[in-house]
Design a binder for this molecule. Structure first.
Ligand SMILES: Nc1nc2c(ncn2[C@@H]2O[C@H](COP(=O)(O)OP(=O)(O)O[C@H]3O[C@H](CO)[C@@H](O)[C@H](O)[C@@H]3O)[C@@H](O)[C@H]2O)c(=O)[nH]1
Ligand SMILES: [Mg+2]
Length: 276
């Protein structure tokens, strides 16, 4: 398939040591896009892998796929690391106005890519692949401890957004909405949540696509204890970002109310006695 200069859709895949998954991922994405009923044309879609210098043959796999005609490229970062910053880099390099982020390990089904991309419109500037929608379920092999961590993380984010699965790594955003976000947290694992808040995505601008979260095909998860602590730090930052104005207002209001009450309780100031 020849690459087209009219790219409207970009699929960003952060990847670290994912060589074994890259070929099935890319071929399945393009097979889905080439289906007769795909709402998004394959010729208008590019895939960008953002790799953190894995040196596991990922670059060679991408090169072979390019020679076979797939519109895929790889950015190999050597001075930066981390999931969120890799996704941001991919969004910055994307040619398409509709941009999707998905994991390399096939936990996000490539067959959903056309539907996810097509859900992005000038009205729905954000699309979230949700694991908590109607009619979908987690893969029963997903470990219990991961379910508990996920439920806890979701609960903590409730005051920040009404989205059903803001922890999802399967999400898309329109370029114009992405460009509105300032000070994105490059250290975190939860770039969708960060974008939802910092790009000021309103609830009615979010389209949700339920999908069944599978188990990793090859390699290992990079979710560690350190990542969970980073998530708590990210939450604290987002709470401050979202609620600091309200907090400052409340403090000033309480101080003024306290002052007024004290004055009322002490009564009016006694008249000054006059001397001749
Ligand atoms: N470039 C780069 N990619 C990374 C890095 N860390 C992880 N990735 C890539 O990011 C994707 C997700 O990493 P996993 O290690 O598979 O994460 P997970 O534990 O399965 O977590 C996923 O599910 C969570 C929901 O439970 C999501 O919140 C999370 O974003 C991710 O999608 C994979 O493609 C992985 O290679 C990194 O430091 N750099
Ligand atoms: Mg994974």
């Amino acid at each position: 398939m020849a690459s087209s200069p009219y790219i409207q859709y970009s699929v960003i895949v952060p990847a670290f040591r994912e060589n074994g998954n890259i070929r099935p991922l890319v071929t399945r994405i393009f097979t889905a896009l080439k289906r007769i009923d795909s709402p998004v044309p394959a010729e208008q879609t590019e895939v960008i892998i953002v790799d953190d210098n894995s040196r596991d043959g990922s670059a060679e796999t991408v090169q072979a796929l390019q020679q076979e005609g797939y519109n895929v490229r790889i950015i190999v970062r050597t001075t930066e690391r981390g999931l969120s910053s890799a996704v941001v880099r991919g969004f910055q390099e994307a040619a398409g106005d509709s941009m999707l982020c998905m994991d390399a390990d096939l936990q996000h089904p490539p067959e959903y890519v056309p539907t996810m991309l097509a859900a992005l419109t000038p009205h729905h500037t954000f699309v979230l692949g949700t694991r908590y929608g109607k009619g979908v379920e987690m893969d029963k092999d997903w470990p219990v401890h991961r379910r508990i961590i996920s439920a806890g993380a979701r609960l903590l984010a409730l005051p920040l957004t009404t989205a059903s699965d803001p922890m999802s790594g399967f999400f898309g955003v329109r370029k114009e909405a992405f460009l509105k976000a300032r000070n994105l947290n490059s250290q975190g694992f939860k770039i969708a949540l960060d974008l939802l808040i910092k790009a000021h995505i309103q609830p009615d601008a979010i389209a949700e696509v339920p999908f069944s979260f599978g188990v990793r095909a090859e390699g290992e998860s990079k979710l560690t204890g350190k990542v969970m602590i980073k998530y708590l730090e990210q939450l604290a930052e987002l709470y401050w970002y979202r609620f600091s104005g309200l907090l400052i207002f409340l403090v000033i209001f309480l101080l003024v109310a306290f002052f007024v009450l004290v004055r009322a309780w002490l009564g009016p100031p006694s008249p000054i006695s006059q001397h001749k």
